[in-house]
Write a protein that binds this ligand. Structure first.
Ligand code: ZN
Ligand code: ZN
Length: 174
């Protein structure tokens, strides 16, 4: 959704809270993309800041599907957005070297791009399907939360291994 901010820059009394239904289907973090399962309604509180600027407060939440750090199964992560921006009028950027926010194109604010960028920054650093996730078997790759695959993942002490060889040899003889 594009929101034209011209009136909010020109009219010092202008202030609105706009409901935005995001059209953001993926969160692209460069090296990978995460699907967005659902988003609530976002509130864009847009106000003339009385100093030739416009203040925007954005609040909302989305559910993003990310893989568990250990077993790679899908985890639905709630990501909250609560951000504030104070924007200079677009004409300022034409005269200076400063760059406008990526979500601004002239007087038009791209709400989907703004929400997308806030989601990329709000993603959790650690994702676990559950606190005691057992992860994947390093031998066969099976999800160990779904049961024991029976692989021998025990790494014996090398000194014990030598004794075990003798023990195994003895068992074969019997
Ligand atoms: Zn897991
Ligand atoms: Zn296994």
């Amino acid at each position: 959704m594009l929101i034209n901010l011209t009136d909010y820059f020109k009219n010092t009394e202008k202030s609105d809270i706009i409901d935005v239904e995001p059209d953001v289907e993926i969160v692209d973090v460069g090296y990978t993309k995460y699907p967005v399962k659902e988003s609530g309604i976002y509130k864009f509180d847009i106000t003339n800041n009385k100093d030739d600027r416009v203040k925007i407060v954005v609040k909302g939440e989305s559910k993003v599907v990310m893989p568990c750090d250990r077993c790679l199964s899908d985890v639905i992560c709630k990501v909250d957005v609560d951000s504030e921006f104070v924007l200079d009028e677009p004409t300022v950027y034409e005269e200076s070297e400063e760059e406008a926010e990526a979500f601004m194109n002239g007087y038009e604010l791209d709400s989907d791009l703004l929400i997308h960028n806030e989601l990329t920054m709000g993603l959790p650093m650690k994702v676990l399907c559950k606190d005691d996730c057992k992860g994947l078997c390093p031998v066969c790759g099976r999800n160990r939360n779904e049961g024991d695959c029976g692989c021998d993942t025990f790494v014996p002490d090398p000194r014990m291994a030598a004794i075990q060889d003798i023990f195994n040899a003895h068992n074969k003889e019997v």
